[in-house]
Design a protein around this ligand. Structure first.
Ligand SMILES: Cc1ncc(COP(=O)(O)O)c(C=O)c1O
Length: 375
């Protein structure tokens, strides 16, 4: 028989995915992935496409009409949010306090924008007042961009004040919610966020492959006023809209199976309820963080800015983080992440996202770490 399993002997073992993503996936989502394919213009598929957008509006807490899943991982959402608004020589303010802020900066530079980078040490959030003052110095900036949940550190960036300040300005408020959506509150309309993108493989617990995104009317106005065409054909929302809307004009072949999976995944999120889901992540994240401190781990981020779904912990003196990660995987089937950039080799990044955020997983990890430290 020709198959992955029988030809190659490959069969993925059971893993508890407690790293920075992907997280574990509900069996209902795996079943959705194996449903028969439909064509991307089939009316039955288009109904699911529309219902997925409707679910995403509820998850993003927005009425924005242009809310959909970009075909590609979180980085495609990142590129999409910048490439659609930035033209060469546009000014843009970007908060850089970790690897993903740095990546946003690189994307903006490649688009020929004049980037005003605001930097903070890895592990710290920006004081909203600092972001507001940065905007006062560059009031003509096309966008102010921040990462809500910096996955390289586990920092939560407060957004409300900046959104309220930018609300009646021309500058767009662009937010990376790759690791926050579905885990902690993301209130696109209430916080006046103009473009917000995420990824499927974190707190939404769907495999990697799509990037949910939403554009406000203010963002669409800015895109309509562009002097040059969007420099990426594939990510151009002025073209993609014509497939999503009543015209149903072919742009690119929709990733059918991934959209089935995202529909199912967002159904599960909504069945649980957004508030209940945030509460589950908060309670479990805090319990894990207390447990780590009791074991002697120092946490990178100050308590008020810690993400419950992603915790960065310095490994104790004399212990190798690579060894801990290797042993957790081989003895317990637990995957956790290591540090990125200047934190490489110094921290563990522990995720409790979506389906993985269960008390039994947190307990198994803490017990495992206790044993490993004793060893
Ligand atoms: C905050 C943040 N932004 C962007 C990305 C990029 O997403 P992807 O790896 O799915 O392309 C990630 C991935 O971990 C992320 O954590």
């Amino acid at each position: 028989m020709l198959s992955l399993k029988f030809d190659t002997g490959f069969w993925p073992g059971e893993r508890i995915l407690m790293g920075p993503g992907p997280s574990n996936v509900h069996p209902r989502v795996l079943q959705a992935l194996s449903l028969p394919l439909l064509g991307h213009l089939d009316p039955d598929f288009l109904a699911i496409l529309d219902r997925t957008s409707e679910n995403l509006r509820q998850v993003f807490r927005t009425q924005n009409e242009l809310t959909f899943a970009v075909s590609g991982t979180g980085s495609a959402g990142m590129e999409s949010s910048l490439v659609n608004v930035l033209e060469p020589d546009d000014e843009v303010i970007i908060g850089v306090n970790g690897v993903f802020g740095q990546r946003l900066l690189e994307v903006a530079m490649r688009l020929g924008a004049r980037v005003h980078a605001l930097e903070a040490p890895m592990g710290e959030a920006f004081d909203p007042e600092r972001l507001i003052q940065a905007h006062k110095k560059v009031p003509k900036a096309k966008a102010l961009v921040v990462v809500h949940a910096e996955t390289s550190t586990g920092v939560r960036q407060p957004l409300e004040e900046v959104g309220a300040y930018l609300k009646d300005k021309e500058t767009l408020f662009v937010v990376d919610a790759v690791t926050s959506l579905g885990g902690i509150p993301v209130e696109v309309d209430a916080w006046s966020i103009d473009i917000c993108y995420s990824g499927t493989q974190k707190c939404l617990s769907v495999p990697p492959g799509l990037s949910p995104i939403t554009f406000s009317a203010k963002a669409l106005g800015a895109i309509e006023r562009r002097k040059t065409p969007v420099s990426s054909w594939y990510l151009d929302v002025t073209l993609i809209r014509r497939y999503l809307g009543t015209e149903r004009l072919y742009h690119h072949t929709a990733p059918i199976s991934m959209l089935y999976a995202l529909y199912e995944g967002t159904q599960i999120v909504l069945e649980e309820g957004m508030e209940a889901r945030w509460q589950r992540h908060r309670a479990l994240g805090e319990a894990l963080q207390d447990g780590l401190e009791t074991l002697g781990f120092k946490l990178l981020v100050d308590k008020p800015f810690r993400l419950p779904q992603l915790t960065s912990a310095f490994v104790p003196e004399g212990t190798s983080e690579a060894w801990i990660r290797k042993e957790l995987l081989s003895r317990y089937g637990i995957e956790v992440g290591g540090g990125l950039g200047e934190l490489k080799g110094r921290i563990l990044r522990i995720g409790l996202m979506g389906e993985t955020a269960k008390p039994s997983n947190a307990t198994l990890l803490l017990d495992g770490l206790k044993t490993l430290i004793a060893d």
